[in-house]
Design a protein around this ligand. Structure first.
Ligand code: KIV
Length: 294
């Protein structure tokens, strides 16, 4: 069957025409269906699933098996969006052979169209090997969450001239290695604007201001699914966590007071007289059990 999905070339063509690219993460079938229905052209199956889905305090414990499973679910839930999947920690840094094997799994078993790798100049040779092998690659520089311990926390990158220059070099190294786009995470607006102006490939920002060619957000942050922390760069689009909590509280109260389910939520059948007696007996046993706290 021919794929109706948006291609990496289409993403580049959209950027060339001055169209801004919205992108969000998704981690399962149902989320992917919603994102696809909203007409978002690119979905990232992010290793942020380690934080928002699996409850780890970093992306480091995420495995290739995790990514393959979630990626395949997102692919099943979407028809149009280009699916980019994160290569998790140590699935590509060791050597090109390991990177090729793992990228192969993410494309063959996960069904993604492209992989994303974190890192600048040191990772460029790995990107080159993947691209030469026919893999579409998205780069990721600035705050690279897999290096959180080296970076000393989730902090803004490129604030000094020296680190800004290093990030510009990283961006060029990734482009020269053949990446089709690059994520710029948590860097100053001015630096993101400069990189975007100088690169030919699309830049996709997160916490990098308004001048990048596209934006990516973690779905859970953007929809306000978390009950406490929400990064300011995620915007103010929804507070679904509170909406869900309110719905669950009302459901629990209704069940406790017996006002849910109602007849409208129930199914009926005309029972034979014997079965009706049994059902009535079952009902009274149940009622007795409730009375006796069983
Ligand atoms: O894993 C992820 O969600 C990401 C985004 C923060 C870009 O890499």
């Amino acid at each position: 069957m021919r794929s109706r999905r948006i291609t990496t070339h289409k993403i580049q063509a959209m950027t060339a025409k001055g169209e801004r690219i919205p992108m969000v993460t998704a981690y399962d079938y149902t989320q992917a269906r919603i994102v696809d229905a909203a007409g978002i052209p690119m979905i990232l199956v992010g290793d942020s699933l380690g934080n928002v889905v699996l409850g780890f305090d970093s992306t480091i414990p995420v495995t290739v098996d995790d990514m393959v499973r979630h990626c395949a679910a997102v692919v099943r839930g979407s028809e149009r969006a280009l699916i980019v999947v994160d290569m998790p920690f140590m699935s590509y840094q060791v050597d090109a052979e390991t990177a090729l094997r793992n990228a192969g799994r993410l494309l063959q078993e996960g069904g993604a169209q492209a992989v994303k790798l974190e890192g600048g100049k040191p990772i460029a040779p790995i990107i080159r090997r993947l691209v030469d092998a026919g893999v579409a690659v998205m780069g990721h520089i600035g705050l690279t969450p897999q290096s959180v311990h080296k970076l000393g926390g989730y902090r803004i990158q490129g604030k000094t001239q020296r680190s800004a220059d290093a990030l510009i070099e990283d961006a060029f190294a990734i482009q020269d290695a053949g990446a089709f786009a690059v994520v710029l995470e948590l860097i100053p607006v001015e630096l993101a604007a400069e990189i975007t102006k100088r690169l030919d490939i699309p830049t996709i920002g997160i916490g990098a201001g308004m001048y990048t060619d596209g934006q990516v957000q973690v779905l859970y942050d953007m929809l306000g699914l978390g009950l406490d922390f929400k990064p300011k760069h995620a915007g103010d689009y929804a507070t679904l966590g509170l909406t869900a909590k309110d719905a669950l509280e009302r459901y629990a109260a209704d069940v406790r007071e017996g006002s849910f389910p109602t007849q409208a939520n129930s199914f009926h059948v005309d029972l034979e007289p014997a079965a009706a007696e049994e059902a009535a007996a079952y009902g009274s046993t149940n009622a007795a059990n409730v009375q006796h706290g069983v």
